[in-house]
Design a protein around this ligand. Structure first.
Ligand code: NIG
Ligand code: FE
Length: 414
């Protein structure tokens, strides 16, 4: 079959081919690396990969051939945990943070997430769209071709739907694909401070409406001391599961509450943060094949410890890495910086880091069947780095190494 596009002379092609088990994730196994390779694309999908010069049978009159100049190429990067759509920013809280006021105390005083809720309620659909699109352009520039985006800055039906609709419009109109998550239980609104169980029921009432409008695939809860308890989280997630949502949890971010254990118990697709996850929780996640979405930028920005990633990898937990892009705990879209933190802060090897932002990230949003690796039949999403190999991308930190990004076989960033 003729290709309509061929990228050849790839110095190091990191395919991530080989494990598409949707339940367990690839974990941190072997990484396929081809030296001196090509990728052939047809109709936006990978036709084949191979070594050396592409064969004559692939090349027709219409075939466009590009030379990668011996550079490194990987699958399009995937960010499985972002709070992309929100109003405003919170640099006004920066000095409090520097003075050492804890993140959760700022929230308890009505700031933090609740301050972004106010800005998001005030913003129009158009304003939210423009702001999020700018961030999405930045993400694309760092090599991301698929991301997850959460609601959670409405805490009322109207604003939650507004955020999810913005994400849907962006998914339709921007090259980056977006998987949406309903995070109605992201904080307890001030008026429910004394009776958060009533708010939990309100969130549960929103679920069928979000489902019916097909606005989210996943349901997430911020399970944390002083936010939603394990019992409240379980109640919301089981109601969501009954409606067919896949589940995610902001788990054990600050306090070891039992979020990792709950993620395993309810069959969540991912448990996220996990800086304070217990050994038992890690074992349970490994047994149930729950992906650990690790967010080292949040640890870095909040001045907290990093998640026990080596322990997770050794226990067989599939690890994904993510920006957690949001206006409070991690205001950055730069996945390459997060990858460098994964390595320098948590001692992940460059191969593990790239596994975490490609195939494992795809597993954690249930899309490993079509993205996350460069294999025949999958979407032709890949990044050409201005680097000879992936070790270089991690080693030379703090800059953007992206040269070109291809999405569905088309050059979308250069
Ligand atoms: O993943 N921890 C809860 N939610 C976000 C932060 C949201 C915010 O501060 O606005 C997180 O870190
Ligand atoms: Fe988050």
């Amino acid at each position: 079959m003729k290709a309509d596009f061929i990228l050849k002379n790839i110095g190091q092609l990191v395919t991530m081919a080989g494990d598409n088990n949707p339940r367990t994730g690839r974990c941190m196994g072997e990484v396929e690396i081809l030296e001196g390779a090509y990728i052939a694309v047809r109709d936006g999908r990978i036709l084949e990969t191979g070594l050396g010069e592409p064969g004559r049978e692939l090349i027709g009159d219409e075939t466009l051939i590009e030379d990668a100049g011996g550079r490194a190429v990987t699958p399009g990067l995937i960010d499985p945990h972002t709070h992309l759509v929100h109003g405003g920013s919170r640099e006004n809280e920066f000095s409090l943070k520097l003075e050492g006021v804890p993140y959760i105390d700022i929230l308890k005083q009505g700031g933090g997430i609740l301050s972004t809720v106010k800005s998001t309620k005030e913003a129009t659909h158009e304003e939210l769209y423009r702001k999020a699109r700018k961030s999405l352009d930045t993400m694309l520039g760092y090599g991301m071709t698929t991301i997850e985006a959460k609601s959670g800055y409405g805490l009322d039906l109207e604003t939650e739907l507004k955020q999810l609709e913005v994400a849907k419009n962006l998914d339709e109109n921007h090259p980056v694909d977006i998987a949406s998550t309903f995070l109605g239980a992201h904080a307890v609104p001030g008026e429910y401070k004394e009776n958060s169980d009533v708010f939990v029921d309100k969130v549960i009432d929103m679920l069928p409406i979000v489902k019916e409008r097909k606005l989210a695939e996943f349901c997430d809860v911020f399970c944390e001391e002083g936010v939603f308890s394990v019992e409240q989280t379980r109640k919301i997630l089981l109601a969501a599961r009954n409606l067919g949502f896949k589940l995610k949890i902001h788990a054990d971010e600050i306090v070891s509450l039992g979020g990792a254990e709950l993620a395993a118990e309810v069959g969540a697709i991912s448990g996220d943060h996990l800086m304070a996850a217990s050994d038992r929780g890690i074992e349970m996640m490994a047994r149930e094949g729950v992906v650990a979405d690790i967010l080292p930028g949040t640890s870095f920005n909040l001045g907290k410890n990093y998640a026990p990633v080596r322990k997770m990898i050794d226990s067989g937990v599939p690890v994904a890495l993510s920006t957690d892009y949001n206006p409070g705990s991690c205001p950055t879209e730069n996945i390459q910086f997060i990858m460098q933190l994964g390595s320098l802060g948590m001692k992940m090897t460059p191969k593990e880091v790239f596994t975490a932002v490609t195939i494992n990230a795809a597993h954690s949003i249930g899309r490993a069947y079509e993205v996350g690796s460069i294999e025949a039949g999958k979407k032709a999403d890949f990044v050409v780095f201005d680097a000879p190999n992936i070790d270089y991308v991690i080693y030379h930190f703090g800059i953007n190494h992206t040269r070109d990004v291809y999405k569905d076989g088309r050059l979308v960033y250069s």
